[in-house]
Design a protein around this ligand. Sequence first.
Ligand code: SF4
Length: 283
Amino acid sequence: MQKGRIFSIEEFSTYDGPGIRTTVFLKGCPLRCTWCHNPEGQRTEAELVRSPNGCLSCGACLAEGARKTGTPCLVRESVEVCPRRLIRVCGEELSSEGLIARLEKNIRILNMSGGGITFSGGEPLTQAAFVTECMHLLRGKTHRALQTCGYASEETFARVLSECDFVLYDLKLIDDARHKQYTGVSNALILQNYRRLAASRVPFITRIPLIPTVNDTEENIRATAALMKECGVRSVELLPYNKMAGGKYLMLGREYEPHFDGSVAPCARLEIFAEYGIEGRIL
Ligand code: SF4
């Protein structure tokens, strides 16, 4: 039985696939998008998260770290000593059967809405064996979706796809040098897997996080629309940059450094998609 690490389970989501869904967020992502609004999903291992709201500045949490390690810092025991319960461990380990048992209680309601379960992240393909096993256990019980950026080997992607009913596929930047600059990795695997997905029989939707001055340029939108047309894709969902994206970094003791001007509204350029016969929808 596979084990996985999860940082959140969100119920009654209406944005993560058809109908009403439960979305499972898995830890671990090979990308480091500078606009990431789920930084707690980036690292594979469990992390300590401290909410700044309501902190008494009593220092008990750091003193516990100093007692254990000699340096003021957060340690697991800090969770217990905080009088406000502001510290938590982010990243729960669960077996596939344990997760499915937890998800099963709402499946009837999800099914009645035409919804189901979505595996998201982080990047769920980083825990491909676990996700594949969970989806297999859900086969015939509910609709199973994968929300992914597609960064995985062909074999890994094909294995997970074989258990999927639906895919929400993120495309960010077509130019490889800019993709590396803003996400830390090449887009070669992502574009290859996008073509494989389009050639498969699994229904999918393409999603683009619209980041001002990064990927909302005419050049990138035109290149994205051309790729989609080549793949026979006729619709796209656009997610404008979330200005609150930096909020969670503080809780992880990290700085948010987006390297672009987040105060500018992104351009959807729906008319360019329309030129290529693609209907765009802004979420
Ligand atoms: S123990 Fe809790 S209340 Fe005290 S400083 Fe740490 S986070 Fe703030």
